[in-house]
Design a protein around this ligand. Structure first.
Ligand code: PSU
Ligand code: MN
Length: 301
């Protein structure tokens, strides 16, 4: 383990001194946005976390090492290589390390590596979940299983409506994962502040969230906590445009027989194509918003 896990010196020092650290994922860089906005966003997110007084730790697999904390050059490398880098979920991690390869970490593997490094708070855009039609495809993101088993607090903007959000909540409930709404009782749906579904608890301050998660940790419960932070009003994309884009993307995925780990990146890329630059700007803004809240939660812990 010691040789596999490579914690950036700045991150290591912060952890040893008990300073706040926020983990960030790398699939959002290589598979979630186009270059150069992906690398620019990743660096801007790190700056926001620093401005808030916490230390960012972008997580990835590079040359078979589990990295907690990347250099700006490594972030640029991930942005440039894009989808040529393997999307690494739990099942991929050991093989990638054994082969000395690179991997972009999803919510699942970012939680795993954050936990190995001793990082408790992680900010991202959207999580994976139960896909529409999962009753026949059985396509349920490993992210939900990781939230059930790994004690990391994940801050996101909900999940995209490419998923079945109601089934996603049911799955989380069965697995004992608390779903918190930051300043809201309604589950946000990534681009939109509204899903028509209720979260488990509304909390209005980072301190309240930190206290609940610290209590969960002190009880020795094995799972994580999901904090859903609605996209700021001025960047939200409510209504028909985004719904139609999602429906069209789902139809095309079905027609082309897209399956397995390709499904989520395919749908995300399609939605981006259909909605043009608007959705990319919203996506970037909500990640900034989540990074800020995560840094405040990490500080309050
Ligand atoms: N949803 C998004 N943007 C993303 C992802 C999901 O809106 O970038 C990425 C995350 O890395 C997430 C992964 O962990 O996709 C889920 O993939 P899958 O559905 O194959 O588990
Ligand atoms: Mn899947």
């Amino acid at each position: 383990m010691e040789q596999l896990l490579d914690i950036h010196p700045e991150v290591k020092e912060a952890l040893e001194a008990g300073k706040p650290v926020v983990a960030l994922e790398s699939t959002i860089i290589s598979h979630g946005m186009p270059y150069p906005q992906n690398a620019e966003t990743a660096l801007a997110v790190e700056n926001i976390i620093r401005e808030e007084g916490a230390v960012p730790a972008t997580i990835a697999v590079i040359g078979g090492k589990l990295k907690a904390g990347l250099s700006p050059e490594e972030i640029e490398y991930f942005g440039k290589k894009g989808t040529d880098i393997a999307k690494a979920s739990r099942r991929d991690l050991a093989v990638l390390c054994a082969r000395g390869e690179d991997g972009a970490t999803t919510v699942t593997t970012t939680m795993m590596i954050a936990h190995m490094a001793g990082i408790k708070v992680f900010a991202t855009g959207g999580i994976g979940g139960v896909h529409r039609g999962a009753e026949t495809t059985m396509d349920i993101s490993a992210d939900l299983q990781e939230l059930a088993n790994t004690p990391v607090c994940v801050i996101c903007a909900g999940a995209k409506a490419i998923l079945d959000l109601a089934l996603t909540l049911e799955y989380l409930e069965t697995n004992g994962v608390p779903v918190i709404g930051y300043g809201t009782e309604e589950l946000p749906a990534f681009y939109s502040r509204h899903s028509g579904l209720k979260v488990d608890y509304r909390m209005d301050t980072p301190e309240e969230i930190a206290k609940a998660f610290a209590t969960q940790l002190s009880m020795g419960l094995k799972g994580g906590m999901l904090v859903t932070n609605p996209i700021p009003e001025e960047y939200a994309m409510d209504g028909k445009g985004i719904d139609e884009a999602i429906e069209k993307a789902l139809r095309e995925a079905k027609e082309q027989g897209i399956k397995g780990k390709e499904t989520t990146p395919f749908l995300l890329a399609k939605i981006k194509d259909i909605t043009g630059g608007d959705s990319l700007d919203s996506n970037i803004r909500l990640v900034f918003n989540n990074a800020r809240l995560a840094a405040r939660i990490a500080k309050a812990m």
